[in-house]
Design a protein. Structure first.
Length: 155
């Protein structure tokens, strides 16, 4: 395992669209293991493969010690809305508000190619959307907004 460098928002690579994983093998497992070690070395809730220089549709989340790997994730359902301050390991700028769904359902695969469906709410939904955006070349700074009165996480 290895700690990989984080691609920054000033590098055009971070804006590339990631490609689906077709082979679930030792190379994928090594990437995921390196991503975990990289995330553990920093303060963050998630990390996408593009952030470590790999254009694969893969991200990981560590929320309240719940560690989940998402390979080829697709958000199939969104509902509600919420406004949270977001930051990013690839963006060295202040945290700011982004509007996200309050609940999302995501279909993905684990490192072995087993399909799963997960419905997430609140902060976990924010993180799933944030990391999925990375796979499509989007950053939270593209979506900064002013929350309506009474809708911000700290209201």
């Amino acid at each position: 395992m290895a700690i990989r460098p984080i691609v920054q928002h000033t590098d055009n690579f971070i804006r590339k669209v990631s490609k689906p994983v077709k082979v679930f093998d030792e190379k994928l497992w090594e990437l995921l293991d390196d991503m975990w070690e990289t995330l553990d070395d920093r303060i963050g809730s998630g990390l996408s493969a593009v952030q470590v220089g790999v254009l694969k549709r893969v991200f990981i989340l560590n929320i309240n010690n719940m560690k989940i790997e998402f390979v080829n994730p697709v958000i199939t359902k969104k509902s509600g809305e919420q406004y949270h301050k977001e930051g990013c390991l690839s963006v060295n700028l202040p945290f700011d508000y982004v509007k996200r769904p309050k609940q999302v359902t995501v279909v993905a695969y684990d490192r072995f190619g087993n399909k799963f469906t997960l419905t997430c709410e609140e902060w976990t939904a924010v993180c799933v959307c944030h990391e999925t955006d990375h796979l499509d070349g989007k950053l939270y700074i593209d979506q900064i907004c002013v929350p309506p009165k009474g809708m911000a996480e700290d209201d």
